[in-house]
Design a protein around this ligand. Structure first.
Ligand code: BDR
Ligand code: CA
Length: 314
């Protein structure tokens, strides 16, 4: 078996972020989590930093390094999503306050130092929230950009439109300037937009299979998902909520589950009406640089099989 792939998870947990982190923890043969960096997004930074540690403790991964990062976007006031995730961001189950400490130092510096210290082209950035920490790291230390193996992000939307405005997906909308820095940086980007995540519904049959695992982390996840899906079920009239962030980790484990295309993606940063929109040149109608692999399709059953298999290993 090859060495596990080294990843940094940058996140704003969030119930679906929690599912992504758990998927990574359930896959130690393939993935080595060098650290978790938190960012303000779904809820303020104090909660996302708390929540990341709660998930580590829930999974018995108390040796994971968790660093707090940016408490607001690069150039705008913070927009949060308690209407989806609840006040704490992990509403649903009863969870103990974490006892493991946050690491000293800022997440941005951890990202920079890790990329400088690890061999070039070996560290993958997995981003599950607004791209503030990564944008700041690239601004502060441009030398690290060429050292990143790949950046896999949950963000954006193409034919699905947006979920926080008609044009914009939440992670990009919260910090469009950071997303713009990342997409112009030249780093190899894989993008998991709403077009993919809206095909991954937490159907009752799937959640039931998770509950049947019967462990504390699996049951807590089921309770998180039951809380998290209520908003989208009402909004979309679907049979379950879309599961966004675990797509990033699933891609690292089984890229063959996803189908997409390399194309140009630009971020709208100026227009008030469409700020945060990901403008995807799917049909290559411009000669703008092809800077991202944009996924649009997924094998949903294969994805949930993977998730359930790995949750059972925690
Ligand atoms: C994204 O926004 C957050 O609410 C979720 O955690 C996910 O990262 C979906 O638009
Ligand atoms: Ca998230």
């Amino acid at each position: 078996m090859a060495n596990p792939r080294k990843i940094i998870i940058d996140t704003d947990p969030g119930q679906d972020d929690a599912a992504a982190i758990m998927l990574a923890f359930g896959s130690p043969e393939e993935l080595e989590v060098l650290g978790i960096t938190t960012v303000a997004g779904n809820v303020p930074l104090s909660y996302t930093s708390r929540n990341a540690r709660i998930i580590c403790e829930l999974c018995g991964k108390t040796d994971t390094k968790v660093f707090a990062g940016a408490d607001k976007p690069i150039a705008r006031p913070l927009v949060t999503a308690e209407h989806v995730h609840g006040k704490t961001g992990l509403d649903g189950p009863e969870l103990d306050e974490p006892t493991m400490p946050l690491q000293a130092g800022h997440a941005v510096d951890f990202i920079i130092e890790t990329l400088r210290n690890e061999p070039e082209g070996t560290v993958t950035l997995c981003t599950l929230g607004p791209l503030t920490n990564i944008g700041l790291a690239f601004q502060k230390a441009p030398d690290i950009i060429g050292r990143v193996r790949e950046l896999v992000m949950m963000g954006g939307g193409f034919s699905e439109g947006g979920n926080i405005t008609p044009a914009a997906e939440f992670n990009i909308y919260v910090d469009p300037e950071a997303a713009d820095i990342v997409l112009r940086s030249g780093v190899p980007v894989v993008m998991m937009p709403l077009d993919v995540t809206h095909k991954l519904l937490t159907l009752k049959s799937r959640v039931k299979r998770m509950a049947e695992i019967g462990t504390r982390p699996a049951i807590a996840m089921v309770e998180m998902l039951e809380f998290f899906e209520r908003f989208d079920i009402e909004k979309y009239g679907s049979d379950g909520g879309p599961l966004h962030d675990p797509t990033v980790v699933a891609y690292l484990l089984k890229p063959e589950l996803f189908k997409g295309r390399v194309c140009n993606v630009e971020i709208e940063v100026k227009s008030e009406l469409t700020v945060g929109m990901t403008v995807v040149d799917w049909w290559h109608v411009t000669d703008r640089k092809r800077n991202a692999t944009v996924m649009r399709d997924v094998d949903a059953d294969g994805f949930f099989d993977l998730l359930i298999d790995r949750f059972a290993r925690i």
